[in-house]
Design a protein around this ligand. Structure first.
Ligand code: SAM
Length: 247
């Protein structure tokens, strides 16, 4: 997968060199390119923002540098079969809220471009113009406001990148995670079996795999009902087994 990230703080994206995402880059599974938006501002001060039309607080990112950098990315991209366009993700608190379903969908793409806004955001005409060449998706990390899109991009690239085959060593570990089946994950424990007078649940020492699987599934329901009852209501009835219906 190719990923391009545009930011006025390219150093922010240095974390994409670390851990599993960094390794995936070195292994050739992810081709990540970070672009400095200021390289596309051609005045002496490398200006990327200006005052908002209509007045009001703050500054707005200018269209010119954005159109230049996005055109360069598009022209350097491999032509794709079926005329499929690269996905342009515009992080924004006014976007659709990012979730695991979106991460799975994006992991199927082969070219993602992220446009990190700052200040009051990017001139809206950039988003409209980009629709001619990109599959544009405004995406929010959650219902709060960050100073810029970089933190949201780090989260999204990590969530998407780890779903690409070969990035996480043991693909089994992606199967039973929170949100993979609509529920939160069950509690996990490691050695010693008793710590600070707290033993682990006995069933985990039983060696009975069916019983352990049932206990884990029940714990998923218990935890999800307690912390995220909205997820329980969203479950598809056909995703439930007989044991679940008894819970
Ligand atoms: N004035 C904008 C609004 O109220 O919708 C907020 C601008 S915010 C200070 C600057 C940039 O941070 C945004 O353009 C976006 O790139 C990023 N950002 C802020 N909150 C975000 C969130 N919840 N999810 C994704 N990106 C966010």
């Amino acid at each position: 997968m190719r990923i391009d990230v545009v930011s006025i703080f390219p150093e922010y994206l240095a974390a994409l060199d670390l851990s599993l995402i960094g390794k995936a880059r070195r292994d050739g599974l992810l081709d990540v390119n970070v672009h400095d938006l200021r390289d596309h501002a051609h005045d002496r001060h490398r200006t990327v923002d200006d005052t908002p039309y209509g007045g009001g607080a703050g500054m707005v990112m200018k269209a010119g540098p954005w159109s230049e950098v996005l055109t360069g990315i598009r022209e350097s991209a491999e032509p794709r079969s079926g005329g499929k366009r690269p996905v342009l993700i515009v992080p924004s608190p006014a976007g659709a809220v990012f979730n695991q379903r979106m991460a799975y969908d994006l992991a199927e793409e082969d070219h993602l471009v992220f446009a990190c806004g700052r200040y009051e955001g990017i001139d809206e005409r950039v988003v409209e113009w980009s629709r001619e060449h990109f599959d544009v998706r405004p995406v929010s990390l959650g219902d709060y406001v960050l100073n810029g899109g970089e933190v949201a991009v780090l989260a999204m690239v990590e969530a998407v990148g780890r779903l690409i085959p070969g990035v996480v060593g043991n693909p089994e570990s992606l199967v039973e995670e929170s949100h993979s089946d609509g529920l939160l994950e069950y509690p996990v424990y490691t050695k010693p079996s008793e710590w600070n007078e707290r033993p682990i649940p006995e069933v985990l020492l039983s060696g009975n795999h069916a019983k352990i699987a049932r206990w884990r599934r029940d714990e998923q329901f218990r935890r999800t009902a307690e912390r995220r009852p909205d997820l329980i209501f969203a479950l598809e009835p056909e995703s439930l087994d007989k044991g679940d219906r008894a819970v």
